[in-house]
Design a protein around this ligand. Structure first.
Ligand code: BG6
Length: 467
């Protein structure tokens, strides 16, 4: 570790300081230069009322036109790395078939701009944005989409792999499963547990096949996945509560973590799926592909823990099957909350995840790929100098970083910290309600950017490699 006596929490040399964002949430230009529709463009067209203040994904934060300015700002506030995503429907307007040359040009320009500015681009390949043409044939529920995805990702490796050395097959693959097929917050907003399992299975298979394609091309970078991990805490050490937390963990964490890192599925989950008749369709050879193509690196998104207790009432057998048939959520008295987003703040969770990865997942190379605090109405914190005084965000980040630091002291292989997010961006149905950025975006002034106090603070953290 580099030691700077003015800082109490020093981080290892070459620690990755930066932030993350996704194509749909930042690029805008949703229907220009040949981009095809994705599920968000389509859903907004169909049901604009679902989106906060009726704001859709059309313009978002205009990264498509302002990327040079944005990358310069990233550099200015200390970023040495940044996770972006490629929009599948920009590159392949129909999800497969003809490639869009304008998209190739755009992503080449963006990647080159990052490199010229000394900000390493980490590139995600799927961040919730299924091309609409593929959703029409069932999206991830249809195995053909796995093939289309492997084709799309292979082309990305060929086009950009000479400069991009960190790839991520999916961002939070459980979220489209939950949102799209269980809890009604992503398109196609169905409630169908059987389909949800098939969708989840296909995304895991697609990830393994993309990793296989990457290795087969002889690419020399690292390829991984980004998972949202929610440590699952039981209400008490009572065996029934502990069992509930083990099952919640199997459903929401290990379902994707185990196949991604270990190449196998958690047996507790397989047993339930078999017993309830929800096993997905698995083709010959799939499990071998999953076993042999695990990730090199893991991105950890951490926002909040999950607290559970044993079920108090027997589930209604007539109700559609949901994972919470096996546990009840538990609201811990006195918990600290981010009232804007309604999420618990529990900083030690980030440490518990990292130690779990160290102890039970071969201490796989990992980094914090998202962590952050969405706040409504931040304009009221803008002072007379024009800067948003987001001290709460500084406190949030430093409280989490202290636990990351502790995990490193205990041997965690965590290599970096990326905030969600660089600039205020559009969110899935919440649009611009909650602001997460180091940089504010003024939607009334053509997306004008202003660095917040947290951005200035982060610059010092990155420069000192600690705080
Ligand atoms: C993660 C996603 O789930 O959390 C991001 O990777 C998302 O895309 C972020 O924006 C914050 O959640 P939200 O719903 O408040 O935008």
């Amino acid at each position: 570790m580099s030691v700077n006596n003015e800082v109490k929490y020093n981080f290892p040399d070459n620690f990755w300081w930066g932030s993350a964002a996704s194509a749909t949430q930042t690029e805008g230009a949703a229907n220009v230069d040949g981009k095809g529709q994705n599920i968000w463009d389509y859903w907004y067209e169909q049901q604009p009322e679902r989106f906060f203040d009726g704001v859709g994904p059309q313009d978002t934060s205009q990264f498509y036109v302002k990327y040079k300015e944005d990358i310069k700002l990233m550099k200015e506030i200390g970023h040495n790395s940044f996770r972006m995503s490629i929009s599948w429907s920009r590159l392949f307007p129909e999800g497969k078939g003809e490639i869009n040359p304008k998209a190739v040009e755009f992503y080449n320009n963006v990647i080159n701009e990052f490199i010229e500015n000394g900000v390493e681009p980490f590139v995600g390949l799927f961040h919730f944005d299924m091309p609409m043409e593929l959703q029409k044939i069932g999206g991830w529920a249809n195995r053909e989409v796995v093939d289309a995805y492997v084709n799309y990702t292979s082309i990305c490796f060929e086009l950009f792999g000479d400069r991009v050395k960190k790839w991520f097959t999916h961002n939070e693959p459980i979220v489209p499963v939950e949102g799209g097929y269980l809890y009604d917050f992503h398109y196609p907003n169905e409630v169908d547990f059987k389909k949800a399992v098939q969708v989840g299975y296909h995304t895991i298979l697609a990830s393994a096949k993309a990793i296989q394609a990457y290795k087969n091309q002889g690419q020399d970078g690292k390829i991984g996945i980004v998972l949202n991990l929610t440590p699952s805490y039981p209400r008490s050490q009572n065996p029934a509560d502990v069992k509930a937390s083990v099952l919640a963990d199997a459903f929401f964490n290990r379902s994707f973590l185990d196949p991604s890192v270990k190449g196998e599925f958690p047996q507790e989950l397989v047993a339930i799926l078999k017993e309830e008749g929800f096993m997905p369709e698995i083709a010959d050879g799939d499990l071998e592909i999953i076993r042999n193509n695990t990730v090199d690196i893991l991105g950890v998104n951490y926002y909040q823990p999950r607290r559970v207790k044993a079920k108090e009432h027997l589930p209604n057998p007539e109700a559609p099957f949901m994972p919470d048939r096996y546990f009840d959520n538990y609201v811990m008295p006195g918990r600290k909350m981010n009232p804007h987003r309604g999420w618990e703040i529990y900083e030690k969770g980030i440490y518990d995840i990292l130690i779990n990865l160290k102890d039970n997942y071969g201490n796989i190379e990992c980094f914090i790929s998202e962590n952050g605090m969405g706040v409504e109405g931040e304009e009221k914190f803008r002072d007379e100098t024009g800067i948003i005084q987001d001290d709460y965000r500084i406190e949030f980040i430093s409280d989490h970083l202290k636990w990351v630091h502790q995990a490193i002291a205990e041997g965690s292989n965590v290599k970096g910290y990326h905030l969600w997010t660089f600039m205020d961006n559009w969110s899935w149905t919440n649009a611009y309600k909650n602001r997460y950025g180091f940089v504010s975006v003024n939607l009334n002034k053509d997306g004008e950017r202003t660095v917040k106090k947290s951005g200035q603070w982060f610059k010092a953290v990155a420069e000192n490699n600690g705080f």
